[in-house]
Each structure stands twice: as C-alpha cells, then as structure tokens.
Design a protein around this ligand. Structure first.
Ligand code: PFF
Length: 433
C-alpha cells in the first residue's frame, strides 16, 4: 500500500511532526491550569520526574515498534500476535474518540480568532463563552470546519500534507509563543508568576498529584493510541530511538513551560486565581487580553497559536486512524480520510451539543464532552499504555536490545518496561476507577 513506502524526507521533519503531535491543547490549555490547581512548582517537579523516568519508556516503545515493524497500529499488534488485534483496535477507537471532544475546542478557537480579528469583543467573556458554547448550530459548524481543515493534511499524504503543515505551522507557533511569553514577562505580575512556577512548596505534595501528572504526561506526549507508532513507522532506518524520545520530551516540556511563562504573569497581574480551570483560555485569558495594551493583536496571536498547536495534534490523531484503515480495509487514502472524518463528525456533534441542548444528557454522571475526556484520558490511555508495555516487555523477544544500540540503556529499559512501569500503571488505573 502507498502508506508503507511513505517516509519523512528528513530527520528534522520527523522530529517537528512528532513535536507537532505532542504539543497541543494539552500543553497550552491543560498544563497551566492543572499546574495552577496542583500547587504550581511542586507539581512541575513531580511532572518532570515522571516524564523523564517513566513516560520515556512507553514513548520509546511506540517509536521502536514503528521503526521495527513499519506498519500501522493494528497490523503491528497483529504481527506480534494475532490475539493482540483487538488491543490495536482499542488504540484506534481511542484515537478517534479524542478528536471528538478535542475538535469541539478547536471550533471554539476558530470563533475566538474571528472575534479578535474583527475586533468584535464582548464586554463580559464569561457570559459570552457560556452563551456561545451552548448554541446549537454555530459551535457544531465550527467543529466541523476545524475537522475539515485538519483532515485536509492527512488526506494530502505524509510528505505533501502532514510534513508540510508541521514544517510551516510549528516554527510559526514557536515564534508566537516566545513573543507572547516575552510580552507577559514585561507585566507587573511577572515576578509573582515565575515564583509560582519555579519555587516549589513541598508541603503541598500529595499522592493525587502523581496520578494527575502521569495522566497529563501520557496525554501530552500522545502515548497509548498509536500516533507516535504511526509517525515512527515513517522514520528512517538510522534514527536513534532514545535520542528522538528525549528530544520530543524536552521540546514538549519547554513548550509547556513557555505556556506557563506566557499565562501566569498575566494571571497574577490581574489577581486572578491560577487554578481558574478549563475556562482559563476562553474566559480568563481573553478577559485579561482585553485590558492589556495591543489587546486585539495579543488575543489574536494567542488564539492563532492555540489553533496551530491543536491542528498539528489533530493531524496526528487522524493519521493514526487513516493509516490503519488504508491497510486493514484496503481503502484509498482519500476514502480513509473521509471515513475517519465521518466517524469523528458523528460523535463530535453530540459532544458540542452537550454544552447546550444535550447538557442534561449524562453518561455515568458526566456530560458527553466530559465523559469522552474522562474515558480516554483516565481509562483508555493508561490501559493502552499498560498493554503496550506488557506486550513489548514480555511478548517480543529482546525488544529493548533490538531498539537500543547501547547495552546499558537496553538493560535499564528492560527492567522498567517489564516490572516498574506496569505496576505504576496498574496503580493509576485502579485509582481512576
Ligand atoms: N498531545 C496532544 C496535546 O497535548 O494536546 C493531544 C493528543 C495528540 C492526544 C495526539 C492524542 C493524540 F493522538
């Protein structure tokens, strides 16, 4: 099939695309408010330890599987053992369910870009956001528009679409993030904001923080749903897995920190609670932008930045599903892109409506949107990652030796993969339930 032969045109394109997948709403929208809710710097320390010593392992597993088997997620699992095929499909179900709520947020971002671009700003963003998100037609249309914009790139193929999109959007994203961070550092709350981020108060540490940090780390690194495996399958033969894994982790963390540096000084300059929650990006931040000098331009840059971050992640989610449909159903790339888009559209519309006419419809006491978020982030991601680690550690002979050139790395990873990580993940899963 066309897909098997696809390959990134350079190592840097591979790194940019995987960073594009990892860096998304998870870094800019979720990380700062989770950090705000969990005591700031002490959460950061916990998160950094987890990401550097725990998450690197499943991340390298996905990259390694991609490099070794050069296939889509389901075919890879099937080749390791035909009995593992359902677990491969579970990853694909996860990667289709995530955009169903993620793209709703993408639709909100498009709306905010428009209101900042046209300088049509409401006086009260809290009222505006709740009125807008509870509408029936507009948020659904914008979710579909975001979906179509995202689907266009995987539809165009690995080099002609995905690689080009990432190579253009990611550098622009980074420049915008640096510009806004520097701007935030000139504000009066800069010192307090940095203090909040970088001065840990260890008395605030608690067990829950480990679980939250792990869930956030898996989500932000796009682990446990086959996206990294899929991108890894397009990598060149001589790519070093460990180096690529750490490069990805370092870039993702730097960007999450820059997002904090951009957000917390603004938050402290206006005496807002740093733990303002998910509404931080859509109510608190725009409200504050409106009070700052150059309000329309800073707000516009902020939402374009969120747009680039979310679309490059969305592309990777869709590609993991599209690539699987191409191989397993023998569909063309175009037909696969269409089918993936249809599936996402069907579920994302009720997810969008769960802020309005479907707000009383609950699944396990949660709205459709919250249920999708909870199901994927708290249950499916840790479960898929656990399966991935057990499969690589116990069912593929000498997996670590095959993917690492260095004997010491292979030995350390083998121990982590076989024993430590599965225990941690089982603990996380049980706590989530
Ligand atoms: N890593 C992305 C973020 O931090 O926003 C989210 C994500 C991307 C989840 C790709 C799943 C995925 F397949």
């Amino acid at each position: 099939m066309e897909n098997k032969k696809s390959q990134w045109s350079s190592h840097i394109s591979f790194i940019i695309a995987t960073v594009g997948s990892a860096v998304g709403l998870g870094n800019i929208w979720r990380f700062p408010y989770i950090m705000g809710k969990n005591g700031g710097a002490v959460f950061l320390v916990t998160y950094l330890l987890i990401i550097a010593f725990i998450c690197i392992v499943p991340l390298c597993c996905e990259l390694g599987l991609g490099k070794l088997y050069k296939k889509d997620t389901v075919s890879t699992f099937k080749q390791i053992n035909p009995k593992f095929e359902p677990a491969g499909w579970l990853c694909i179900i996860t990667v289709i369910l995530i955009p169903c709520f993620y793209f709703v947020v993408g639709g909100w971002i498009l709306n905010y870009i428009w209101i900042f671009l046209t300088n049509n700003l409401p006086s009260n963003f809290a009222q505006y956001f709740s009125a807008f998100s509870s509408q029936t037609i507009m948020p659904c249309l914008l979710t579909i528009l975001f979906l179509l914009l995202t689907a266009y790139f995987p539809y165009k193929g690995v080099n002609g679409g995905i690689e080009k999109a990432n190579n253009i959007m990611m550098p622009l994203f980074f420049v915008m993030l640096v510009v806004l961070s520097i701007f935030a550092l000139t504000l009066s709350g800069a010192k307090e904001g940095l203090n909040f981020m970088f001065h840990p108060d260890f008395t605030l540490f608690n067990k829950n923080m480990i679980l939250t940090a792990l869930g956030q780390a898996l989500f932000t690194l796009s682990i446990g749903m086959g996206t990294i495996l899929t991108y890894g399958s397009y990598m060149k033969e001589d790519t070093n897995i460990l180096k690529s894994g750490y490069t990805l982790i370092i870039c993702d963390t730097i960007i999450a920190l820059l997002a904090g540096i951009m957000i917390f000084p603004i938050v402290f300059s206006f005496n807002v609670e740093p733990s303002a929650g998910a509404t931080l990006a859509f109510i608190t931040m725009p409200q504050m932008f409106a009070k700052l000098p150059f309000s329309t331009i800073t707000g516009f840059i902020f939402f374009v930045l969120l747009f680039f971050a979310s679309i490059t992640s969305g592309i990777s989610m869709m590609e993991a599903a599209i690539c699987t449909f191409i191989t397993n159903f023998k569909f063309s790339r175009k037909k696969s892109a269409l089918m993936t888009s249809l599936l996402i559209a069907l579920i994302s519309i009720p997810a969008s409506l769960s802020f309005g006419i479907l707000s009383d419809f609950h699944i396990f006491n949660k709205t459709i949107f919250d249920f999708l978020d909870y199901l994927t982030s708290n249950l499916l991601l840790p479960f898929n990652t656990l399966f991935l680690c057990i499969m690589c550690g116990w069912c593929i002979g000498d997996f670590c030796k095959k993917i690492f050139k260095n004997g010491f790395s292979a030995m350390t990873f083998n121990i982590l993969l076989k024993f430590i990580i599965p225990i941690v993940l089982i603990f996380v899963l049980i706590s989530s339930l």
